[in-house]
Write a protein that binds this ligand. Sequence first.
Ligand code: PLP
Length: 411
Amino acid sequence: MKIKKKLSLIDQHDKNGFWGGKFGGSFVPETLKKPIEDLTLVFEKLRKNKNFIKKRDHYFKNYIGSPTSFVKLDNLTDHLNGAQIWTKIVSEANGGAHKIYNATVHALICKSMGKKYIIGDTGAGYAGKMLSMAAKKFGLKCKIFMGAKDIKRQKPNCDAMRKNGAEIIPVYTGSQTLIDAVSECMRYWVSNCDTTHMCVGSTVGPNIFVKICGWSTSQISRELKQQLCEQFGEIPKKMKLYNCVGGGSSSFGFWNEFIKYDKKQIELIGVEAGGPYRSNKHAAPLTNNCKIGILHGAMQYVVQNKDGQIEETESISAGLDYSGVSPLHCYLKDSKRARYVSASDEEALNAYKLVTKFENINPSLEPCHAFAIACKEAKKLSRDTIIIVNSCGDAIKDRDIIKDRLGKRYV
Ligand SMILES: Cc1ncc(COP(=O)(O)O)c(C=O)c1O
């Protein structure tokens, strides 16, 4: 499997929507064929339209607050005494996470299709919060589907959604987490697609949703590329980009501009949720060599049992607690362009302690998975290696969990 250098990975699928001939596609009920065809036509037209790009860039800058900072973590670097540790603080984006890029683009698409209703799924609550923000900004009516377990553990984001006027639809089926929220949202869309636009909250789902989300979050790597050139005068010769991977939207956005570089120059490391230490529960289909299956309209590696039934996942971070993973990442794994590992709940909590002890940043439990592995590997590397971690979410939403697991002094 070979990745082309001149074309963005989001466009390197075949005519049936498969990356590498086997990941992705669009497995949807008959009723959704036409709405998906319409959405594909609209998106492909809009992304080539100069006025639309101007509008997107206007909102990225003046509504989201792009570019987010790129800073060196000096104290952490000195403490680990290995590679340099830098971070892109994507949590500075309006709302506190990268999900705002996808939500804003979907709201603009919804408006241009003349639809007044928008729906979406959420796990950690950031995708839902951001969609509720974008709906409020652009005058759309919004419904968010969220697993009942996640509603309990991510209260601050639920409060924000309600404050923004969105209706939260609790999902009580299955594990009551993100997987069930996406399923329920898609089911609702089947019956309401004439009036309603659907936003999928990550680079998952039928082909077109993977593309829209990847196209939107790629703003992160566009900014980073420019910031690297300003900082170092060139793209560094030895660089490693660490990012947590749930569905895969922040990691894809953080990497897109750098995929074409040789992996000896720029290594891409995706960190999945390993779940509780010493348990056999996890949310890491790539690290654990899970089999390929169909989930939410696409072929991908899926956490499943011997009979091919989707297995329940477990992670301390709601945002990573998902059985599947983007077809883009499945392709990056098979082509060996990216390396995937996992960090346990406990490693993520320890990374939160370590990072907040030395630095004034407050990464949520999702990026703490990436910090855990980056800090471990940094110790073995020399100072001329540049490690960059995407700090893609703010830990305000994790207050209760952090207080419960680490004690009051950490919140
Ligand atoms: C802060 C944060 N990081 C990461 C994720 C994982 O999703 P993805 O892999 O699509 O970026 C989420 C999902 O909700 C999130 O809220």
